[in-house]
Write a protein that binds this ligand. Structure first.
Ligand code: IPE
Ligand code: IPE
Ligand code: MG
Length: 239
C-alpha cells in the first residue's frame, strides 16, 4: 500500500464522488430482501468518511437515491426513505463531532415533511464544520440539477449572454464545491446514471466489481492510489 495521505506529497483528489451501487445484488447473493442490502450499505459509510478525513480529502459526495429510483416498487422507495431517516438519527452527532459539514444535493419534493425536517436539522447543525464536506445526493438527478440552475438564472432576469458556464456551475446543487476529481462506482457498472453529469465533465473514473456493502477503506485507498497515477489532461497536452 503506497497511499500515505497528504503528507506523502501524493496528489490527492479534492472531491471524491461515489455511486454506491450493488446493494440489491449483495442481498440477493445472501437470499435476503433488497432492503437488507440497502441497510448493510449504510454500515460502511462511517469508515469511508474517516478515511477521507485521514487522507485529507476535503469533500465526499455519496449518491444514495436518484430521480429515476422513484420508478422502483414503492415498498423499496419507502424503505430507502426510512434508511435515510435512520442514518441521520444514528450518524449526525458523530459526524458533527468529527467536524463534518453535511449537505443535501437534490430535491426535497415528494419527501415527507418529517424527513425534510430531519435533513434540514442535520444540515443546519453541521453548517459551520470545515474538516470534511459530506454531500448526500438523495433524490438527485444531474439533468434536473442543470435545469434548476438555468431556471434560477432565467428567473433572476439574466440576459442570454450572462448564462455562462460559471453561472450555471455556481447555481448547481454543488455550488461552492470543487468539481469531483474522482468518481467511483461499485458493483462493476460503468455509467454515470445521471450523477453529477455537468460536474464530472473531466473527472477521473474508477469502477470496482466490489458491491457497495462490501466496499471498505482499502478499496477507497486503491482508488485514490490509482487516481494519483493518472495523467489529467483537461484537453491539453498533459502535466
Ligand atoms: C444502489 O443499489 C442503491 C440505490 C440505487 C438506491 P441498487 O439497489 O441499485 O443495487 P443493484 O444494482 O440492484 O444490485
Ligand atoms: C445509480 O444506481 C443510483 C444510485 C446509486 C443511487 P442505479 O442502480 O439506480 O443505476 P442504474 O439503473 O443501474 O443505471
Ligand atoms: Mg443498481
Amino acid at each position: 500500500m503506497t497511499v500515505q495521505g497528504a503528507s506523502s506529497g501524493q496528489r490527492m483528489p479534492q472531491h471524491v464522488a461515489i455511486i454506491m451501487d450493488g446493494n440489491g445484488r449483495w442481498a440477493r447473493q445472501r437470499g435476503l430482501p433488497r432492503l437488507a442490502g440497502h441497510r448493510a450499505g449504510t454500515e460502511n459509510i462511517r469508515s469511508i468518511v474517516t478515511t477521507c478525513v485521514d487522507l485529507h480529502v476535503p469533500c465526499l459526495t455519496l449518491y444514495a437515491f436518484s430521480t429515476e429510483n422513484w420508478s422502483r416498487p414503492s415498498r423499496e422507495v419507502q424503505g430507502l426513505m426510512a434508511i435515510l431517516s435512520d442514518f441521520i438519527d444514528r450518524e449526525t452527532r458523530s459526524l458533527h463531532e468529527q467536524g463534518v459539514h453535511l449537505r443535501h444535493l437534490g430535491s426535497l419534493e415528494g419527501i415527507s415533511e418529517y424527513l425534510k425536517r430531519k435533513v434540514q436539522y442535520a444540515v443546519d447543525l453541521t453548517r459551520d464544520n470545515t474538516r470534511l464536506t459530506l454531500a448526500i445526493a438523495f433524490n438527485y438527478g444531474g439533468r434536473m440539477d442543470i435545469v434548476n440552475a438555468v431556471q434560477t438564472l432565467v428567473a433572476q432576469g439574466l440576459p442570454p449572454d450572462a448564462i455562462t458556464e460559471q453561472a450555471i456551475s455556481a447555481n448547481l446543487a454543488t455550488g461552492g464545491l470543487p468539481d469531483p476529481d474522482l468518481v467511483i462506482r461499485t458493483s462493476g457498472e460503468w455509467r454515470l446514471s445521471n450523477f453529477l453529469i455537468w460536474q464530472a465533465a473531466y473527472s477521473e473514473y474508477w469502477s470496482t466489481p466490489v458491491l457497495w456493502p462490501d466496499f471498505r477503506p482499502e478499496h477507497f485507498r486503491q482508488a485514490i492510489d490509482e487516481y494519483a497515477r493518472r495523467e489529467r489532461r483537461f484537453g491539453g497536452l498533459g502535466e
